[in-house]
Write a protein that binds this ligand. Structure first.
Ligand SMILES: Cc1ncc(COP(=O)(O)O)c(C=O)c1O
Length: 359
């Protein structure tokens, strides 16, 4: 946090516009639109609510199925459950750690069929409505392949881009390949609004709809309260957006610093048995959080223990979703790569220290 953050937040308090109306919210949305080149960005209270709204806006309803990866942060599955649907958990790719397109294609070939434009699961007959790949640690998934498979099977793509502000798949920013995709500005992300999120939309019309539905679907009127459809109270407060406006002005610096840190880790790893987790060759990652792959679970635990004893905050990756009690009965594919990785990944400290003009 620097002086700008203090100035903008103080300005919001002085203005009294601390809640769901205010100029900083619009400014932050415009910043994100410009930076990601998305048609519309709609600010929300957090990334989970952004993803929930994306699922809702993409037509996901009660009893639908939504495909995602087993190796993700729990919020991905929680948003699917919030939308009334159930996750199908598939494997990740060793290249970038996101949803594996081959696993996706093989699972659909074996377990799905098309009924007109509706994709259904052969065993449960439920509708498979969406695929939610997650750009793990900021590394983009292979979007072209995933999009091709989604089109073939008439399934909506929704990117969980919570971790990937500043990451590009080929020439385009992550989150701009779907009709709706979700970002997070939680305190641990590359920029923060305290708590906050953003929906990226592929058109102005979808942006208007996302804004409407996330602000209780209230029709604009001088005095009447008329809500024309079901909606959410998910609008980001101006107070949080003020913090975000100060932070996003430094986004290029953060990305550059993160990539520099990654480069240093990579060079160190060359002299060790640790395998540094690199961006896929087709992508430019924000390297939100760095990670290494250890030889086995024993060396992972030893490494974590030694680091923690030296006050270096490292940690293992998340546990796989089907090993958590609430998702233990989820449908799933072969998860051998995810299971192999979960025993070996250690995440490393990745936050740049701000100095000089940003300190
Ligand atoms: C992959 C993923 N999805 C969703 C979220 C949810 O974001 P939030 O914590 O802002 O609700 C996060 C981050 O916290 C995340 O890492």
């Amino acid at each position: 946090m620097g002086k700008k953050e203090l100035d903008y937040v103080s300005d919001t308090i002085r203005s009294t516009f601390v809640s769901s109306n205010g100029e900083y919210i619009n400014k932050l949305e415009q910043h994100v639109e410009k930076f990601t080149r998305s048609s519309r960005a709609v600010a929300t209270v957090n990334g989970t609510s952004a993803l929930h709204a994306c699922l809702y806006l993409s037509g996901v309803r009660r009893n639908d199925l939504v495909i995602t990866q087993a190796l993700t942060f729990v919020a991905t599955c929680n948003a699917i459950r919030l939308a009334g649907a159930e996750p199908i958990l598939l494997d990740v790719s060793l290249n970038g750690l996101g949803l594996c397109s081959r696993s996706l294609e093989e699972y659909l070939e074996e377990y799905a069929y098309l009924e007109g434009q509706t994709c259904r699961h052969k065993l449960t007959k439920q509708c498979i409505k969406a695929v939610v790949p997650m750009h793990t640690f900021g590394h983009p998934v292979d979007l072209d392949e995933i999009l091709r498979i989604c089109e073939k099977w008439c399934i909506n793509l929704i990117e969980d881009a919570a971790e990937s502000l500043g990451s590009f798949y080929k020439e385009r920013h992550t989150g701009t390949y779907s009709q709706f995709s979700a970002m997070s500005f939680n305190g641990n992300k590359i920029i923060t609004t305290g708590g906050g999120g953003m929906i990226l939309c592929d058109s102005v019309e979808n942006g208007d709809l996302a804004r409407h539905v996330t602000t209780t679907s209230k029709q604009s009127h001088d005095f009447e309260f008329f809500h024309d459809q079901f909606g959410f109270n998910y609008r980001m407060p101006n107070l949080n957006a003020a913090l975000g406006c100060a932070q996003i002005e430094k986004i290029e610096f953060y990305i550059e610093s993160k990539r520099k840190i990654a480069n240093e880790y990579e060079n160190v790893c060359l002299k060790t048995d640790f395998q540094f987790i690199k961006e896929p060759s087709y992508a430019r990652s924000n390297y939100w959080i760095n990670g290494v792959v250890c030889e086995n679970r024993i060396s992972r635990d030893l490494f974590i223990r030694e680091c923690l004893d030296s006050d270096i905050l490292v940690r293992p990756v998340w546990q796989l979703m089907h090993t958590l009690p609430m998702y233990k009965d989820a449908l799933k594919g072969d998860l051998s790569t995810s299971e192999w990785l979960v025993d070996r990944i250690v995440n490393l400290p990745s936050t740049p220290i701000l100095e000089g003009r940003y300190g």
